[in-house]
Design a protein around this ligand. Structure first.
Ligand code: FES
Ligand code: FES
Length: 159
């Protein structure tokens, strides 16, 4: 096992693990970034979503060797309690979610959408979140929250 480096939330992280170790395992168990959640483990639910070089990817199905040198953004890289990303603030404002387990993945997918499309239609938002399952049925509030965040960002919200 040779050490592998990747850039996680802007900082270089070097880990030593088997090449086929899932990125989700690396994030949670090697780097202590437990915001990214384990759900199905089979690329079906989307709660493990992270950005890989700006694209939303399911980290449970990404082998460590495939992300060497790549830039990974996890939910911890979006904002902080003191300085939330406009998406995080909008989800709070809309009370979008119940248990919250799906939200790290949904916020990552929504960020990828808004980074490329600052004014998505509701159907475009739904399409972008198609890979993310919310078992609590908070879909309508989640759609409203993404719309709210998009409007806030267009008005000049940070990020
Ligand atoms: S845990 Fe990765 S898609 Fe469900
Ligand atoms: S808020 Fe519970 S799974 Fe989405």
């Amino acid at each position: 096992m040779d050490p592998i480096s990747l850039i996680v939330n802007g900082s270089t992280a070097t880990v030593t693990a088997d090449d086929d170790t899932p990125l989700l395992d690396i994030l949670r168990n090697h780097l202590g970034l437990v915001g990214t959640k384990f759900g199905c483990g089979q690329e079906q639910c989307g709660c493990c979503m992270v950005l890989v070089d700006g694209r939303p990817e399911k980290s449970c199905g990404k082998a460590l060797s495939t992300v060497a040198g790549k830039a990974i953004t996890t939910i911890e890289g979006l904002g902080t309690p003191d300085r939330p990303h406009p998406l995080q603030q909008a989800f709070l404002d809309e009370q979008a979610g119940q248990c919250g387990y799906c939200l790290p993945g949904i916020l990552i997918s929504a960020k990828a959408l808004l980074d490329h499309n600052p004014a998505p239609s509701r159907s475009q938002i739904a399409e972008a979140l198609d890979d993310n399952i919310c078992r609590c049925g908070s879909h309508v509030r989640i759609l409203r929250a993404v719309e709210r965040a998009a409007a806030r960002l267009r008005e000049g919200g940070v990020r």
